[in-house]
Ligand binder design. Structure first.
Ligand SMILES: Nc1ncnc2c1ncn2[C@@H]1O[C@H](COP(=O)(O)OP(=O)(O)OP(=O)(O)O)[C@@H](O)[C@H]1O
Ligand SMILES: [Mg+2]
Length: 600
């Protein structure tokens, strides 16, 4: 997602698509609004016109029968116009809000289904700012666009008719001046639109900065980065204010200069009318009606001066939203994808990596190179290796967060690229390296492992994950809200919730990425015992730095720089004296002599 460029053209494509895909459900309401706006325009014209007969019969003819009728008629027109205008504004707002809400819902659904590489490429704060900003611009353009194209344009036509009717010569002169007024307002509109685009970029920066301060609050405090963060915020805010002020200046200039222009118009009309009046061709009734029509058009012209800006910004915002909607996911179900079928009873769920090479980005170093290994059905295999070796990457590929660059991964002989992602993910349970809790209750956080699980089952899973006791000590037990804005849990507590979630899932394939790394020895032992039960008859792939936790694995695969450098049982690998033996010895020394590790 690149930053938005100043947009000063009205793009037609996005509006056509908006109409086709999002406005159709509102066609009745749009029709209603259009009818009401046409009525508004006609009533505005009628109001200007009525002054002519009113002045004539009341001031010139002095007809007493009209004394009540005409003022009442004027009042009637105004009241009806007010009602009509209320109706059209409300129905237009409903259309604008409806279209934009549907658009946002579609965008949300799309972004949620993005694949990992797309999601990694986005900044959450910026996405949120864009999501709200662009929606506002599209809504403005939908409502202002319809008002401009229907109400204001037709009002000008109606008032023009009145002016031509009252004095066509004067009307011609006024009409001739219109292009100059239009050009002038257009120029102001351009300036304010440019400023709006730039201030939007700064708003995005501000959102990014704010979300980073929040997410990184502990680092910010520990490293005393507050002053720098505040200074940076000041910079962004100043930048933003500069652009906002430019826009405000352009908009502020619009009113007085338009008023000055109107003043010139009024002076000219008064002069001309008085001159005509002295020579007897223009009555005061014509003059009043003409002047009223001219003054009324002023409001419509002002509205129309924003029309162009709203439409060009709105079309750019809609185009950006569609870009988000149209982004292609790289990982998709094949057209002929079939559900992943595992045998109904164990042994099942054999995982095979066959010469797998994977690059996160096209021109980056491969995270995995020619990796081949087997996880026999129902067995436990451990992936070990130095940091950055590609262990988490291997798990990402099993879940098809990404597709392999070359080679293949199979589960029970079925190439993952040929099975549906839903069936694959249903039959796997993952505990991620950084356990994530949603801003919800503990029950919900565990329960999302298997939708529909009962409270009993949730508690059972929590007990198995050695989490029940600490959960019961929380202020509201299982109903305690955790996550972003809730009660903070320790790293080890979060891990146990995540393990409970995976246990509840009861899937035949279990993927554990450093699932017990934050636990103390005692809790780890309890969780390991529970996991050992859980792993029975399940195919399990575990990643662990603490090699004592993987010693019991049926097989250990050692990765280094994306390659399998050795594999075998704990005993075999120790005897071999390779990388594993080295890693194991270092840890053994570290754990035996903790001071040595601390001194490092
Ligand atoms: N989302 C990503 N985009 C690009 N490169 C990535 C991404 N995630 C990981 N990598 C790179 O891929 C390589 C393997 O990373 P991976 O996370 O698989 O390592 P790991 O073995 O799990 O390490 P650790 O033990 O530290 O968790 C690293 O060089 C890393 O920089
Ligand atoms: Mg990792």
């Amino acid at each position: 997602m690149s930053g938005p460029k100043p947009q000063r053209k009205i793009l037609v494509g996005p509006y056509l698509r908006l109409a086709r895909e999002f406005a159709l459900p509102y066609r009745v309401l749009i029709g209603l609004a259009a009818v009401l706006m046409i009525a508004e325009a006609a009533l505005q014209g009628l109001l200007a016109y009525l002054l002519d007969p009113a002045i004539k019969s009341l001031f010139i003819v002095k007809d007493p029968t009209m004394l009540f009728i005409l003022p009442l008629a004027l009042l009637g027109v105004m009241v009806v116009k007010a009602g009509v205008s209320y109706g059209s504004n409300v129905s237009l707002a409903r259309v604008g809000q409806g279209v934009v809400t549907d658009l946002q819902a579609a965008m949300f659904a799309k972004v949620t289904r993005y694949d990992l590489s797309q999601l990694n490429a986005m900044h959450s704060g910026q996405l949120a700012a864009r999501f709200l900003n662009d929606a506002g611009l599209v809504r403005e353009s939908v409502t202002k666009g319809m008002q401009g194209a229907v109400r204001d344009a037709l009002t000008l036509v109606a008032l023009g008719v009145v002016m031509f009717y009252e004095d066509w010569g004067l009307a011609l002169v006024i009409t001739a001046a219109l292009p100059a007024v239009a050009l002038y307002t257009l120029n102001l509109g351009n300036k304010s639109s440019k400023a709006a685009t730039k201030s939007m970029v700064s708003t995005g920066d501000l959102a990014i900065h704010l979300s980073e301060i929040l997410d990184g609050r502990r680092v910010v405090k520990a490293y005393r980065m507050e002053d720098r963060a505040i200074a940076r915020a000041g910079q962004i805010l100043a930048e933003r204010m500069k652009h906002l002020m430019k826009g405000a200046q352009a908009r502020a200039a619009a009113t007085p200069s338009a008023e000055a222009l109107a003043g010139v118009g009024v002076a000219a009309v008064v002069f001309y009318a008085a001159y005509q009046g002295m020579h007897g061709t223009m009555g005061v009734n014509n003059f009043t009606s003409f002047l009223a029509a001219m003054m009324f058009s002023y409001q419509s012209i002002r509205n129309l001066s924003n029309f162009y800006t709203a439409m060009s910004e709105g079309s750019a915002a809609a185009a950006r939203s569609f870009e988000l909607l149209d982004a292609q996911t790289a990982v998709n179900d094949a057209i002929d994808a079939r559900p992943l079928v595992l045998a109904p009873t164990p042994p099942r769920g054999a995982i095979r990596f066959a010469d797998v090479t994977f690059e996160y980005a096209a021109d980056s170093n491969a995270a995995l190179r020619g990796v081949t290994f087997d996880v026999p059905p129902g067995k436990m295999v451990a992936l070990v290796g130095p940091s950055g070796a590609g262990k988490s990457t291997a798990l990402n590929l099993i879940l098809r967060f990404y597709d392999v660059t070359s080679g293949a991964i199979e589960i029970d002989g079925q190439d993952l690229r040929g099975v549906t992602m839903a069936s694959l993910r249903e039959q796997t349970a993952l505990v991620t390296q950084e356990p994530f809790l949603f801003d919800d209750t503990i029950s919900a956080n565990i329960g999302c492992g298997r939708p529909g699980a009962s409270q009993m089952e949730i508690e059972g899973a929590a007990r198995a994950a050695a989490a029940h006791d600490f959960i019961m000590r929380l202020p509201h037990g299982y109903d305690t809200v955790t996550g972003e804005a809730g009660v903070r849990l320790s790293g080890g507590q979060r891990q146990r919730i995540a393990i409970a979630r995976a246990m509840l899932r009861d899937a035949p394939i279990l993927l554990l990425d450093e699932a017990t790394s934050s636990l103390d020895t005692e809790s780890e032992r309890a969780v390991q015992a529970a996991l050992a039960l859980l792993m029975k008859d399940r195919t399990t792939l575990v990643i662990a730095h603490r090699l004592s936790t993987v010693a019991g694995a049926d097989r250990i695969v050692v990765l280094d720089h994306g390659r399998v450098v050795e594999q075998g049982t704990h005993g075999e690998l120790l005897a071999r004296g390779g990388l594993y033996a080295r890693l194991y010895r270092t840890q053994f020394v570290d754990e035996a002599e903790p001071q040595a590790a601390v001194a490092e």
